[in-house]
Design a protein around this ligand. Sequence first.
Ligand code: CDP
Ligand code: MG
Length: 883
Amino acid sequence: LDTSSDDDDEEEEEENEEVNKSTEMGEAKETKSPSQETEDKQRDKEEELKTKQDGESEKKVSDQKVQSKKPSEPAVFIPVDRLPEIQEARLKLPVLAEEQVIMEAVRENPCVVICGETGSGKTTQVPQFLYEAGYASGSGIIGITEPRRVAAVSMSHRVAKEMNLSTRVVSYQIRYEGNVTDDTKIKFMTDGVLLKEIQKDFLLQRYSVIIIDEAHERSVYTDILIGLLSRIVPLRNKKGIPMKLLVMSATLRVEDFTDNQKLFRTPPPVIKVDARQFPVTVHFNKRTPLEDFTGEAFQKTCKIHRMLPPGGILVFLTGQAEVHSLCRRLRKAFPFRKGNTTTETDTSETTRKFKKAKQKKPVSLPRIDLDNYSALPVDEGDEDREAGIGDEEDEASDLDIGDDPSNAEVKADPSIPLYVLPLYSLLAPEQQAKVFRPPPPGTRLCVVATNVAETSLTIPGIKYVVDCGRVKKRFYDRVTGVSSFKITWTSQASANQRAGRAGRTEPGHCYRLYSSAVFGDFSLFSEAEITRRPVEDLVLQMKDLNIDKVVNFPFPTSPSAEALVAAEQLLVSLGALKEPPQTGRIKELKRAKLSCPITPLGRAMASFPVAPRYAKMLALGKQQDCLQYVIALVAAMTVREIFEDLDRPAGTEDESSKLTQRRARLTQMRRLWAGQGASLLLGDLMVMLGAVGACEFAGCTPKFCEDNGLRYKAMVEIRRLRGQLTNAVNAVCPEVAVFVDPKMTPPTEHQVVCLRQIVLTGLGDHLARRVQVEDVLDPKWKNGYKTALMDDPVFIHPTSALFKTLPEFVVYQEIMETAKMYMRGVSAVEAEWVPELLPQYCHFSPPKDAPSPWFCSTTGTVRCHRSSSFFRVGWQLPAVDME
Ligand code: CDP
Ligand code: MG
């Protein structure tokens, strides 16, 4: 725990410098470039692989050679028997015009980048080009990765349909489900699935082509895949098992892939696909609603439907809950029932009546003029008024629904039903497929979507886009490594992409629910995910792929060297990586610190889909029959906010007294879950465990959750996660297979002690020690705790189960700054456990140096002394067996 000695600090600084230097050196010509080193490493790996599967791979090579001399340039043409209407529709797609150019580039280059407007036909057509050109006619198949499950599933169905082939041939694989068969020739999958396949077969010998789709989304897995494939492809070609890589992206920044020496020594050719795009008029709001943007979206959608000519509406919201809430409101406002639609003739009549929008000629890209928006006067919004959706009307209340504003120039028929469909990642595939079909005659299509509709999926017939301007993004807590979702402003590039969805079939309109000033403050592009989060989990995944020098890995955008060093240190502390040698020349030592190989424990941890701290707990969880509790605890700790917020401010006095009553009752309930004596010392984690247990006994109903201050959605999520984690743990250690019975009996005292130790081993770097009275130099330290990471004191929150106990040592899940720096998820630790279970954090000095085995220095660092008597006296069973 002694992290603050001066010497150590200096060493740390030097170490960081070293990392920077080595990165710089990589760019200089005379030294070995990092990519070269990775390649060397991979060559070693290749040798290893070769010796392992000698006979097998040899045979594959010869097979390929027999089939054709150069399998990467197949001369065969595999005919596809498409339906005439399909063929007609695809001939209109812009990407068809580039087929020849694309296929020539693929034939002549190992890697090709295709960049084109969303909807131009990349995802659905390029796999078909490759299939027809014979790339799946040999033993290798065509693989396409998508960052989203929705796209993997729906695109595989679409391509199967277009090619008139069964899903046995054009298939998909997502994490827990898929329809891949031995006959599969085109395989859509999520990027995570392909990454796992690389773990099994580094050379991906099953594939003759890999297409990385939606590369502009810059998901962490996509980035790692591109880095890995930039090495795998040359290796394969050298081995005589040719392979092609296609990177496909929307027209957003592609320089990270192409002008990146570390990635591709010769920049891959970029083929641009021009899309037909009609002009989109962008309308800004005068003001920006800060809270209720769903309500704002509702008003805007109603107005569009009531007043504007036919054409589908696409609303961008941030998450599943808002999508459903808006769908409900819209359905209520404009009910759609089978039978209440107008007849075919009526529709065409209505259409004619509405056909005021002038037919404009299609123009080529760029379709939205960036300068155009910023030039728009903030307060005018002429086009808004012309269209009858002036800002003045933004105040309209729900009561206005159905009314016909008299000043509207072009009126729609309010009796036309709105055909409202939700669209988000987790929606069932049959539901998702609905958005691609024409809406029932006599209705207007309205799709309420998350940003899956931004680039992954193109919905036909959209003329109006309503953009809330926000996006739900994953944020990783730097302190805990736990991920959470937060709503933030989107980027300008994304907002323009959303607007572009309105101009696919005719000129369109985009209504932004924020002002042009706010738009001006958006960042230009969304940041690559990899730069926004701690990287210990992905470092662990890469080590599991035997990429030891993660710092040299050719990332399209590298995480900072500091982030990599921190990740490596944490993983060493957790025992997931081998400790670097302690002796040798400083330079070698430092290099070793950044290339620690994975341990068997690390491999087990890598197979659990949670952050490494929690994975460590799962890996140790089998002891003393604790596994089911550890699984429940990890699930509860991974899901944010399982409890309702007790600090919610009250409005009226009456409300306030009710809230106080409720708060008292809920606090009492939590105390009950925390239990007495031994179980109380597990602290807030015992409360979580108690809540999960109690909720499951009650059948996990919304009512139980409401009555007991639990968030129903969190509880459902915990149940799902418990199942998932159980499968993962059973796969790693089948000998202790657990079957999660949602109803678990409370842990025994013995088990609680064990659980506390397991929690300590995972959260070791989050150990805090209460400052003793005699150490308090400053009143601000009263009841304060000292942590290894912070200079200031942190505190136990009044709602914590341990608020009154104030144990000497605690571990915490995270620190939240509100009125004070509060620790959350606090659990008590016995002092004796620290040197035994966390020797890596302890500073041991000869006993003669100190009179007592423990003392706390004025700076708050904890020192403990290893003396033989200490262990014998202090240690209490049951102890966790670290092996
Ligand atoms: O990948 P990219 O965005 O370039 O285009 P795509 O996803 O291949 O879509 C090409 C066209 O197929 C679009 O105009 C879609 O509307 C259409 N499509 C469809 O009608 N039904 C699907 N299930 C998927 C795509
Ligand atoms: Mg696509």
